[in-house]
Ligand binder design. Structure first.
Ligand code: IPM
Ligand code: MN
Length: 360
C-alpha cells in the first residue's frame, strides 16, 4: 500500500516521540512491502515562533493533501501563564481538527499486565480494564462563541451541539461496541445541561439501530468516580468534547503512565493520529519521554488503513518491550537509563526479527 503521511512533531517532547513512531512505520513499510512517504511541517509554539501562526497555511495544505497525519504534541509554558496571549499553540491543533472535520477522537485505555503495579490504583481494580473512549472533537464548548466583556470582568463560552454532530459519532461508537463487548455508556450532565439532554435523546434514537448493543447513561461526575472505583464496567464510553478530554486523562492513570495512551481522530475524509499526552516541556531533549503513546498511535494509523497484521506486530513489539522493561523512567524505576530512542530501537528491531531467540 502507498501512503502519504504528514508528520507534525510540534513542541516539547513531540519531535522526540514522533521520531520513534516514524522509525517504526518505516520498519513496517520495509517488512511488509509498503511505500510510506513522510513530509514534516510545523505546528504549535514552534510555528508561532517561526511564522507568527500556530497553523501556517503550508502545514494545513500539506495535511489536506496527505492520507494521514502523525501528530506529536503542542504547548509551551510561556503561553500557559499568560491569559492575555492572543495567539496560542493550542489554536493550531483546534483549527486542524475543525478544518479537517476530525469529529471523532478514539482513545483506547488498557491495563497492561506487566504494568499493573505502576498504577496508584489497586491491581484487582484495574486488571482486565479495556475501554475505548469516543470523544466528540469538533463541537461543544471548545468551539462555541467566546466572549469577554469590555470591562474584562465577565466571560462566557457557549456549549452548543446539533443533531448531526451527535448522530455521526454515536454511530461510530455503536459500531465499535458491536466488535467489542456490546456496551456503550453515554457520559453527560443531563440533570443540568440542555445540550446533554439533547445527547441523551439522540443517542437513544441511534441505539434503536443497534439492538445488539446495550446503552447506559452516567452523569460525568459519577463517571469520574466510577472510572477509578470500577473501570472494568466500561466498554465504549461516548461523550462530548470537554468531558472526553477530562475523563481520558483520568483514565490514563489505569495504564500507569499517560505516556502510553494513543489516539485516533477521524472524520469523513481525513485522519490524524496522536498521543494524548501534552508537550511535557520539562522533559524536552532529555531522552526520557515515553514514545509508546506515539508508537501506538502509529499502530492505530495502520488499523485505519486495514493493515491489521502490521498493527498487530507493532502492538506485539510494544507488549514485549513492556514485559522486558525496555521502557522509559516514567514506568521503570529499575533501569532508569533507557532512553526514548532505545525503546524505539527495540521495537524497530522486533519488527525486523520477531522471532529472535536472543531476545529471551
Ligand atoms: C488533548 C489536549 C487538547 C484538548 C489541547 C492541547 C487543546 O488536551 O488533545 O486532549 O484539550 O483537546
Ligand atoms: Mn487533553
Amino acid at each position: 500500500m502507498k501512503l502519504k503521511i504528514a508528520v507534525l512533531p510540534g513542541d516539547g517532547i513531540g519531535p522526540e516521540v514522533t521520531n520513534q513512531a516514524v522509525k517504526v512505520l518505516k520498519a513496517i513499510a520495509s517488512e511488509f512491502d509498503h511505500t510510506f512517504s513522510f513530509k514534516t511541517a510545523d505546528v504549535g509554539a514552534i510555528a508561532i515562533d517561526k511564522y507568527g501562526d500556530p497553523l501556517p497555511d503550508k502545514t494545513l495544505d500539506l495535511c489536506k493533501s496527505t492520507d494521514a497525519i502523525l501528530f506529536g504534541s503542542i504547548g509551551h509554558p510561556k503561553y500557559d501563564n499568560d491569559p492575555s496571549a492572543k495567539v496560542r499553540p493550542e489554536q493550531g491543533l483546534l483549527k486542524l481538527r475543525k478544518e479537517l472535520g476530525l469529529f471523532a477522537n478514539i482513545r483506547p485505555v488498557k491495563a497492561y499486565k506487566p504494568l499493573l503495579d505502576k498504577s496508584p490504583l489497586k491491581k484487582a481494580i484495574i486488571d482486565g480494564t479495556d475501554i475505548s473512549i469516543y470523544r466528540e472533537l469538533t463541537g461543544g464548548i471548545y468551539f462555541g462563541k467566546k466572549e469577554l466583556s469590555e470591562d474584562g470582568n465577565t466571560a462566557s463560552d457557549l456549549c452548543e451541539y446539533s443533531r448531526i454532530e451527535i448522530e455521526r459519532i454515536a454511530h461510530l461508537a455503536f459500531k465499535a461496541a458491536r466488535a467489542r463487548k456490546q456496551k456503550v455508556t453515554l457520559v453527560d450532565k443531563a440533570n443540568v445541561l440542555e445540550s446533554s439532554r439533547l445527547w441523551r435523546k439522540i443517542v437513544t434514537e441511534v441505539a434503536a439501530d443497534y439492538k445488539d448493543v446495550d446503552l447506559d447513561f452516567l452523569f460525568v461526575d459519577n463517571a469520574a468516580m466510577q472510572m477509578i472505583l470500577n473501570p472494568k464496567q466500561f466498554d465504549v464510553i461516548l461523550t462530548e468534547n470537554m468531558f472526553g478530554d477530562i475523563i481520558s486523562d483520568e483514565a490514563s492513570v489505569i495504564g500507569g503512565s499517560i505516556g502510553l495512551l494513543a489516539s485516533a481522530s477521524v472524520g469523513e475524509t481525513h485522519a490524524m493520529f496522536e498521543p494524548i499526552h501534552g508537550s511535557y516541556p520539562q522533559a524536552e531533549g532529555k531522552g526520557i519521554a515515553n514514545p509508546i503513546a506515539s508508537i501506538l498511535s502509529a499502530a492505530m494509523l495502520l488499523d485505519h488503513f486495514e493493515l491489521y497484521n502490521e498493527a498487530e506486530l507493532v502492538r506485539l513489539a510494544v507488549d514485549k518491550s513492556l514485559k522486558l522493561k525496555i521502557t522509559t523512567p516514567d514506568i521503570n524505576s529499575e533501569f532508569d537509563s533507557i532512553t526514548t530512542s532505545n525503546v524505539g530501537d527495540f521495537i524497530e528491531d522486533f519488527i525486523f526479527n520477531p522471532n529472535d531467540s536472543n531476545r529471551n
